[in-house]
Design a protein around this ligand. Structure first.
Ligand SMILES: Cc1ncc(COP(=O)(O)O)c(C=O)c1O
Length: 436
């Protein structure tokens, strides 16, 4: 019971941020002008990118940073010549940008191809320390990238536990989760937010419970990162992974690890990799042009913050950005929920109670009687409205809810560059399919 109450009392996804001096509303005109792809047309319709959870669009400055790197600075690292030194500097700067983004030190940032690979890297290294009978706690709400890398350790005799959900609103059952943390639990791996149904988990409580039992906490923040600010120190998580292509950057993954863990664990690595943190976790040649794009995407968010509030310093600017992003997304979310309620035969999976909206982000999983999610997505696609259908790798959830065999859900995912008109368009697109 106590955790249910805690969830209900959860104040705001922005609870880690400080009050801001003066905040202006989101300048949507400026925001949209930053993203060239938003002006695309499909079948004469303006494209409505409601597929953010699968990957967001990028601002022009990200495209420029990638092409500028390839035009002018392209080289491998650690060479005794100009372009190589520039590459070293650029990577160091991108690490600082991500450190400001996540609230940690630059040497606690690891770059990798994507969140999945980084999670496998950590799970393999942790697996070297685990013994038969040790336990790992996962959840039914998580993306498979935070499930299978841990399940792989079953071959060493590790036992996997799964925390259940409340079926009625797809929130984590915190009592069940707490009851499954035992003295044998070594890792608790939980998503910050669900990429299928939008639930924001009370990860701070999960991390505290893990630590009380002597376990480490691994947080998948991939879906949360475009919607709310992340403060790894405030959370006190041991690891947190995210993917820059979900928050307006290029296709890459970023991992935060507490320095002590990054130094102590034993990654599988090449002899040529030194034991320095974080390079011992970064094998082979990284995607330098995309790393240049990461710094630019953090700068985009920082500029959005600077335009919205009188703050200075990149970390503060990022906090300000998420304040205005949150307010805009909240407006879109309320409009979407009001409209979805009026569509006959539609079932929404996830939080719909207006009093609980702070515990969800604007990601909506729906099904409509008599239509498969693929049929719905295809029709919307013809109208230039990009949504997704299926399980989006949240397979534990689609199986748990019994929709895996029948096409999963239709997912409508909003981010801060989406508009009220786009919300109305998807609602009318859905209505036109169900009404005669
Ligand atoms: C919640 C969540 N976790 C993990 C992943 C995997 O991320 P990546 O594609 O960077 O491996 C995704 C991708 O969709 C996701 O939505």
């Amino acid at each position: 019971m106590r955790f249910v109450r805690q969830l209900q009392m959860k104040t705001s996804i922005l609870e880690t941020t400080q009050p801001l001096p003066t905040t202006k509303p989101l300048d949507l005109g400026w925001v949209r002008a930053q993203f060239p792809s938003l002006s695309r047309k499909v079948n004469e319709y303006p494209a409505a990118f409601l597929d953010g959870p699968g990957g967001t669009q990028v601002p022009q400055r990200v495209i420029d940073a990638i092409s500028n790197y390839l035009n002018t600075h392209n080289a491998n690292t650690a060479g005794a010549y100009a372009t190589s030194r520039e590459t070293d500097l650029m990577i160091a700067e991108a690490r600082c940008a991500m450190a400001d983004f996540l609230g940690c030190d630059a040497d606690e940032i690891v770059f990798g191809p994507n969140m999945t690979s980084l999670t496998f890297a950590i799970s393999r290294a942790i697996g070297r320390e685990l013994r038969a009978g040790d336990e790992i706690l996962l959840t039914h709400l998580d993306h498979d990238a935070n499930i299978s890398p841990w399940r792989a350790l079953e071959e060493c005799g590790v036992k996997i536990q799964l925390a259940d959900i409340h079926e009625k609103d797809c929130t984590l059952d915190m009592n069940d989760l707490a009851s499954k943390i035992t003295p044998r639990t070594k890792i608790v791996a939980v998503g910050y937010a669900s990429n299928a149904v939008g639930t924001i988990n009370d990860v701070k409580t999960v991390i505290r419970l893990a630590h009380e039992a002597g376990a480490m906490a691994y947080i998948d923040a991939v879906h949360y990162a475009p919607h709310g600010p992340i403060d790894v120190r405030g959370l006190d998580c041991d690891f947190l992974a995210c993917s820059t292509y979900k928050f307006f950057g290029p296709h890459m993954g970023v991992l935060y690890g507490k320095r002590e863990h990054l130094a102590r664990l034993h990654p599988y690595k090449l002899r040529a990799n030194t034991n320095a943190v974080p390079q011992r976790w970064e094998w082979g040649t990284l995607n330098h042009e995309c790393i240049a794009g990461i710094a630019a995407c953090v700068e985009y968010l920082a500029e959005l913050g600077k335009r919205s509030a009188s703050v200075s310093g990149r970390h503060e600017e990022l906090q300000a950005a998420y304040h205005v992003i949150h307010a805009h997304e909240r407006k879109l979310m309320e409009r979407m929920l009001r409209g979805l309620r009026e569509i006959p035969g539609l079932r929404l999976y996830g939080i719909s109670d207006p009093a609980q909206l702070e515990a969800r982000c604007p990601t909506f999983a729906v099904r409509i009687e008599g239509h498969t999610p693929l049929q719905l997505a295809t029709k919307l696609g013809e109208l230039g409205i990009f949504t997704w259908d299926g399980n989006y790798y949240a397979i534990n959830l689609t199986e748990r809810l019994g929709v895996e065999q029948t096409g999963g859900f239709l997912r409508i995912g909003l981010v801060h560059y989406n508009t009220e008109q786009e919300v109305d368009r998807v609602l009318s697109g859905l209505r036109s399919q169900v009404l005669p």
